[in-house]
Design a binder for this molecule. Sequence first.
Ligand SMILES: [Zn+2]
Length: 341
Amino acid sequence: MSARRFDRQVRFAGLGSAGQARLEAGSALIVGCGALGGALAQSLVRSGVGRVRVVDRDIVEESNLPRQVLFEPAHLGRPKVEAALETLARIGGPTRVEGRALHVDTDTLPELARDVELVLDGTDNLSTRYLINDYAVERGIPWVYGGVVGGAGLVLPVLPGVGACLRCIFPEPAPPGALPTCDTAGVLQPAVAAIAALQAACALRLLATPREERAKLPLRLVELDVWNLESHSLSAARDPECPCCGKREFPWLDAPAGAGAVSLCGRNTVQVRPQLAARPDLAEIARRLDGLVEELALHGGLLVFRSEGVRFTVFPDGRALLEGTSEIDRARALYDRVLGS
Ligand SMILES: [Zn+2]
């Protein structure tokens, strides 16, 4: 079907009509439909991928509009997934798009990804990426990592059993607050667009390539800085000692779901506990957040501050109390955005 609609991409020799047919029979789960995830969803739908499932736990905010391509002012305050489905429906084409407003954890990921060929990373936090990596390696399905901060980002296509997985390259996630996040260091729309484009191209090539030929695909870690016009890439070889794809340990998959955050009854407070992360350096986090949050103070071994109307108290083990909300998903999203777990 749709021969005229897809004429230009079918003329591209790398794809051809056989590749297009495989795209139209293909399926992907996109985790997160904000900046990267929204651009990925748009790209896959415009390219005619058969089935696309998007999942996101957040609502649309004004500060999303500069770079989250599926949203416009009329969507403010609505669940991102709902707004995304509206925009994607307007693009048309053969794709069946499904949306789920959910937090992705060890309970929900297996169900969300059970019937897709590929998982795409549009998340904003490391714990979800390490969970996706565990799941994909354990199940042997490909996924594409992407991350952007400031004017630069990274992409890594992961083909379990063939190339490096996330933990071959970054064996442990950085402790909460150790890395800049889009909330602390900002982010530029062209950087998001560039990284999403690389991820989408990896996705299309994976889906368009028959399974038995995928071992020949280029698997590299690519770093792209759109502000300074710099790019680096390195071949991503498997580490035989990798705890995940080498020793087949899957701690993120085995962690109890829901243990990461609990709403404290009657207190309008949620406790968030980062899973399997190293102890954070609170003094370093305080330096990084200085000027970006209100009422910042480090005393008695605790870091306290206020952001978006929520008061954070961060303990030396990375656990935090977020006062001013009783919504677990909002608390987790805020924790990830500000502290970058
Ligand atoms: Zn590995």
